[in-house]
Design a binder for this molecule. Structure first.
Ligand code: ADP
Ligand code: TRP
Length: 322
């Protein structure tokens, strides 16, 4: 089973990215042949500062490895180290109906948030389809907001197969429902573009400040509080063990504890959860040669697979040797 996913290097890794996509993807690396990549071609649709793109790409490489990506199990690479994917994106675009792309929420959402409406941004699902199809992927673990793109990928692949014979494998999205939408400190979906994130590798003081700023209602300290509607509880469930969650729920219902105390417990749980990854990340940052080697080995392996698929599609479509 080939498992594939990617993350854009467009900012700091946050709890939403981690629980929505990275953790489920990293668990899957033990169940099949995983390909995970840094989607830098995709980030070019919203980031036009070369130094920043390189910095984010590097940071994301450290994040993935620190969070447990095992290069002995998973092939880990930068998207742009396999330029074949751009050629496949062009081939796929020739059979992609405009209407299919016009229906994609992500384009409309990004334009509404102020991202320039470039052709690349509009055509982005086709590049994502190429990412998935070029590695003959079976399973694509992503957060809920990416599900539509995997469905577009399936549609495009079926059209190619209908027109040119069975050349592409049809992939399945894999969404972890329990963490499909992680809320940010304001209760909306956690997202870089909403300025409501809790970044996993945030500095201690800054993270604490953000946790303490989580929105709550104005129930007085002595009164009972509803754990089922509390943002603090929703986030706590992600990072605390079941016994600690049960204890906090009981303390909510009992009254006598203020939201400030609950937030401190939440901060401690987040800080502890990422202690080991933090330590590993610092060690990786001190060994850039190792990180570069992992990405280079991954790119070579990925490129080998990509070239075979591209060659197959080119021939099927009437390109290739005359
Ligand atoms: P952002 O919204 O911060 O820009 P991205 O769009 O780059 O995040 O998302 C990267 C991955 O993380 C995607 O698979 C996405 O579905 C997942 N993801 C992002 N935010 C959340 C969230 N709040 N809850 C669950 N998954 C999320
Ligand atoms: N579009 C995804 C995001 O914004 C990143 C991505 C690019 C991706 N190509 C992919 C995810 C292929 C899964 C499979 O998060």
């Amino acid at each position: 089973m080939r498992i594939l996913s990617g993350l854009q290097p467009s900012g700091r890794l946050h709890l939403g990215n981690y629980f929505g996509m990275m953790q489920p993807a990293l668990q899957l690396q033990h169940q099949g042949d995983a390909f995970y990549f840094i989607a830098d071609y995709h980030s070019l649709t919203s980031l036009h500062d070369p130094a920043m793109l390189r910095q984010h790409s590097w940071d994301l490489a450290l994040d993935f490895l620190a969070c447990g990506l095992d290069p002995a199990k998973a092939t880990f690479f930068r998207q742009s180290d396999v330029p074949e994917v751009c050629e496949l994106a062009w081939l796929l675009s020739t059979v992609t109906p405009m209407g299919l792309l016009e229906r994609c929420h992500s384009y409309k959402d990004k334009v509404a948030r102020g991202v320039d409406a470039s052709h690349g941004l509009f055509a982005y699902p086709v590049l994502m389809a190429a990412d998935i199809l070029i590695y003959d992927s079976d399973v694509v673990p992503v957060g809920k907001d990416q599900k539509q793109h995997v469905e577009v990928t399936r549609d495009i692949a079926k059209t190619v197969n209908h027109l040119y014979g069975e050349v592409l494998k049809i992939p399945e999205p894999r969404i972890q429902e329990a963490t499909a939408v992680v809320p940010g400190v304001d209760g909306q979906k956690m997202s870089k573009s909403y300025g409501n994130i809790l970044a996993i590798f945030e500095e201690e003081k800054a993270l604490k400040k953000k946790v303490m700023a989580i929105q709550t209602d104005s129930t007085a300290i002595e009164l009972p509080k509803d754990p089922d509607t509390s943002l603090i509880m929703t986030l706590y469930k992600l990072v605390a063990d079941p016994a600690a969650v049960a204890a906090m729920e009981a303390a909510f219902r009992a009254g006598g504890t203020g939201y400030g105390d609950f937030k401190k417990r939440l901060f401690e749980a987040i800080w502890t959860q990422f202690e080991e990854p933090r330590r590993r990340r610092a060690a990786l940052a001190d060994d850039p040669a190792y990180v570069r080697q992992v990405l280079q080995d991954g790119a070579e392996r990925a490129r080998g697979v990509a070239q075979l698929t591209l060659d197959r599609v080119r021939r099927a479509m009437g390109l290739g040797p005359l």
